[in-house]
Design a binder for this molecule. Structure first.
Ligand SMILES: NC(=[NH2+])NCCC[C@H](N)C(=O)O
Ligand SMILES: [Mn+2]
Ligand SMILES: [Mn+2]
Length: 300
């Protein structure tokens, strides 16, 4: 793995309605992410947090059922530029959220140089809504669809090109809450999804083997987008949209260890940690431990 990491904090909470997820980067740092990576021999450049705008009022559905659209777009454009800058310096971009709407900017930045990017979307949700299908109007439920080129122009246009990824290069892992429009889209686009059913049936090890093979088939890099709500809420309570019945902390560790062994991940983000909803920073600490495993940490 690339020994140089650029850490980018994105204190964004406008993609959803639970305030507090903007403190995610801060509590993940507090849980020791930089030290953890340095102990593994990485050179970490902490670029600090991006400055995110504030709307005059929260949660206004600006237009087309998209809450706080303009501020979310502006922040993602900023993130895309920051990622491009980090990559041009030869570093592995590690992005800390913030809500999941920031994946639009991460992918816009990463995909600039990788025209056949693979994506692992580790999440309880599909995040495949558009303004038309979303039951909530929350943009954190839309970043994957925006990245494959669907939805509002202002979202798909971030970074100046679209799509960022091809649906056949995407794998969703851990899904257990999908809206009707998302299910239809998964079928129409043939997106590979390992729901909890497949994880229970095959086991995490086999799921990760298959997923890794899928996202490396003909691709030129793999982005990991890990939403902490993928984990069972017992193990990661500090998230805004928890869903029962997820993979455990251990299973998720195994998933990260397999990715480390295969050495396929070229950029990553960890999102949706909300300290207001957390229990003694448990979810941020889980994120840091998982980041450790992703970057090759082993007990022996
Ligand atoms: N990144 C997330 N936590 N997304 C949750 C999305 C929930 C729901 N599907 C929606 O679109 O509103
Ligand atoms: Mn989610
Ligand atoms: Mn998500």
């Amino acid at each position: 793995m690339n020994k140089k990491i650029s850490l980018i904090g994105v204190p964004m909470d406008l993609g959803q309605m639970r305030r507090g997820v903007d403190m995610g980067p801060s509590v993940i740092r507090y849980a020791g992410v930089v030290e953890r990576l340095e102990n593994l021999g990485y050179e970490v450049e902490d670029r600090g947090d991006l400055r995110i705008g504030r709307p005059q009022r929260y949660d206004v559905k600006d237009k087309d059922n998209l809450k706080d659209l303009d501020v979310v777009v502006e922040a993602n454009q900023k993130l895309a530029d920051e990622v491009v800058d980090a990559v041009s310096g030869g570093a592995f971009p590690l992005i800390l959220g913030g809500d999941h709407s920031i994946a639009i900017g991460s992918l816009a930045g990463v995909a600039k140089d990788r025209k056949n990017l693979g994506v692992i979307w580790y999440d309880a949700h599909g995040d495949l809504n558009t303004g038309e299908t979303s039951p909530s109007g929350n943009i954190h439920g839309m970043p994957l669809s925006a990245s494959i080129g669907l939805g509002h122009d202002q979202l798909t246009g971030i970074g100046g090109f679209s799509p960022k990824v091809k649906p056949e290069n995407v794998v969703i892992i851990g899904a257990r809450s999908l809206d009707e429009g998302e299910r239809k889209l998964i079928k129409d686009k043939g997106i590979r999804v390992y729901t909890m059913h497949e994880i229970d049936r095959l086991g995490m090890s086999k799921v990760m083997e298959e997923a890794a093979a899928h996202v490396t088939n003909g691709t030129d890099g793999v982005h990991l987008s890990l939403d902490l709500d993928a984990l069972d809420p017992h193990d990661a309570p500090g998230v805004g949209t928890p869903v029962m019945g997820g993979p455990t902390y251990r299973e998720t560790h195994l998933a990260m260890e397999i990715l480390a062994e295969k050495n396929i991940i070229t950029s990553a983000e960890f999102v949706e940690v909300n300290p207001i909803l957390d229990v003694k920073n448990q979810t941020a600490e889980a994120a840091v431990a998982l980041i450790g495993s992703l970057f090759g940490e082993k007990l022996l």
